[in-house]
Design a protein. Structure first.
Length: 142
């Protein structure tokens, strides 16, 4: 297989010309929203709901990492970091989503990931799935 060729099972990146930019743009918006919200919560009322606000800060940090690594995913190490950060994000959304439904008393205030990201129109639930799909569909053969 030629250098730069796409592995079987993947789809050539040109099949999704704006897909990468659109996913990265969505992550930029989500990152800014999560950073703004969590910064305000941690700085002004952290003592009211430390678990919820701490998780919002963690989500914001994960979004920063995911955004940068996904934007630069043409580099092998950053591609791997994107896979890990998107996987961690999806796991966090699922775990916090389940816990916020089963144990709502643990979350007196909403986090980015509460109720599977319902406060953010479920984007935190679906965006990492889309990002992981894009990375898989556009993987390059070694």
């Amino acid at each position: 297989m030629e250098a730069g060729a796409v592995a079987t099972g993947g789809t050539h990146p040109s099949a999704y010309p704006g897909g990468h930019r659109l996913i990265v743009a969505a992550y930029v918006v989500l990152t800014l929203a999560a950073l703004g919200r969590s910064s305000f919560q941690v700085l002004t009322k952290f003592d009211q709901a430390p678990l919820a606000y701490g998780l919002s800060a963690l989500a914001a940090a994960v979004y920063v990492l995911a955004t940068v690594s996904l934007a630069l995913s043409s580099r092998p190490r950053l591609r791997m970091l994107a896979l890990y950060s998107l996987g961690f994000e999806l796991s966090g959304v699922l775990v916090v989503g389940i816990l916020s439904v089963v144990r709502p008393e643990w979350f007196p205030e909403a986090t980015v990931w509460s109720d599977f990201g319902l406060g953010y129109l479920l984007i935190p639930l679906f965006l990492p799935m889309v990002g992981l799909w894009w990375l898989r569909a556009n993987r390059v053969a070694r």
